[in-house]
Design a protein around this ligand. Structure first.
Ligand SMILES: *Cc1c(COP(=O)(O)O)cnc(C)c1O
Length: 351
């Protein structure tokens, strides 16, 4: 039998799926989409002609997204989740003759998608505040000659944003493609999306999986210069976004206020939980601009804390094997009741 590529034999990207009462491991929204959205979605899905292929270019959806972002539909491309957007970007710009810089710790799918597309990965390190500076990027680019740079703001799993000045300087001075993953941007105070008007080498990645509370819908998109969009179009499999998904996304955009209300609730909860955790002496917690936060227990091993939380039916993400995150866990912000169950379990375990 033919040997697969090494990446196909690795375990790949995994987040365990087990039935628990409090699921705080994948940064999903703890809230369902609005009831009115559900009703309209169900009605519209019933009317779809599912014997027909979907609109290949997502014309209506891209027009509405363009409106939302004050850009042209030619600046937007949609895919089956933002991970597929990343795959399209690497299919168009990566490959065996190209190198992508991955600043650790960050979202591991950036690494895996590079590997899947045979793109060489240059693993580099963030500074002690988990940020990437322009001088660092340019020095390391000179040395390693990478073509693609992954940034993530707010960064998963550390929760911090990148600095505006630094990222602007990077886009100005680095000739390659700058991919800025903004999966969590609505939980933070600013976006880098306006950079697409200034630079033609920037791709901003967005998703409906987190703030829009629609991880199950599988809808992500990129905002970029129209030449980039045309290149992505060329490598997209036909009909990659289903009719059902297109309808769901179109309707979702009518509920921006509800989305913002959900986001505000989660931000309030995030601050409440982080402030509570800061009182504990047996644990260090980082500030966050996302819907999750990073903790580091000081009196127990992270994997053991992870196991003990599971015994209390609370599932969080063990990120202790990530570079420079020794003994750290990442916890998603849930509903108030879920967060209280987490805090309660934590107090019992650490006591
Ligand atoms: C969750 C997440 C995504 C979302 O991926 P989808 O395929 O859109 O569900 C993308 N990027 C980062 C950094 C994430 O954490």
């Amino acid at each position: 039998m033919l040997e697969p590529k090494p990446i196909a034999k690795a375990l790949g990207y995994q987040s365990i799926q087990v039935p628990v009462a409090v699921r705080l491991n994948t940064n999903e929204s703890p809230y369902a989409p609005p009831e009115s959205w559900q009703k309209r979605f169900t009605a519209e899905v019933t009317n779809l002609e599912l014997n027909r292929y979907p609109d290949r270019d997502c014309t209506s959806l891209r027009a509405k997204l363009a409106d939302y972002h004050q850009v042209n539909p030619e600046n937007i491309w949609c895919a089956n989740g933002s991970n597929e957007v990343l795959l399209l970007l690497l299919s168009a710009y990566g490959g065996a003759s190209r190198k992508a810089a991955f600043y650790e710790p960050s979202y591991l799918m950036h690494f895996y998608i590079s590997k899947i597309t045979d793109t060489q990965v240059i693993s580099l390190e963030r500074n002690s505040s988990f940020k990437v500076s322009a001088d660092q990027v340019l020095t390391e680019q000179e040395k390693n000659k990478f073509d693609i740079l992954f940034l993530c703001s707010p960064n998963n799993p550390t929760g911090n944003t990148e600095d505006k000045d630094q990222v602007t300087a990077i886009c100005r001075r680095f000739n390659g493609l700058v991919i800025i993953d903004e999966a969590y941007v609505e939980f933070s105070s600013f976006s880098f999306e306006s950079l697409i008007h200034e630079f033609d080498n920037v791709a901003i990645i967005r998703t409906f999986s987190k703030t829009w509370a629609m991880a199950g819908l599988r809808l992500g998109y990129v905002i970029a210069n129209k030449e980039i969009i045309n290149h992505l179009k060329a490598v997209t499999l036909p009909y990659n976004v289903s009719s059902v998904t297109q309808v769901g996304g179109l309707l979702a955009l009518d509920y921006e206020n509800e989305m913002k209300q959900r986001v505000n609730l989660i931000i309030q909860e995030r601050q409440r939980v982080i402030n509570t955790l800061k009182e504990l002496s047996s644990l260090y917690v980082w500030d966050s601009e996302a819907n999750f936060y990073l903790i580091k227990p000081t009196t127990i091993v992270a994997s053991e804390l992870h196991e003990k939380l599971l015994e209390h039916s609370v599932l969080v993400r063990d990120v202790s094997s990530y570079k420079n995150l020794e003994n750290c866990l990442r916890v998603t912000v849930g509903t108030r009741a879920e967060n209280d169950r987490f805090l309660d379990a934590l107090n019992k375990i650490l006591k």
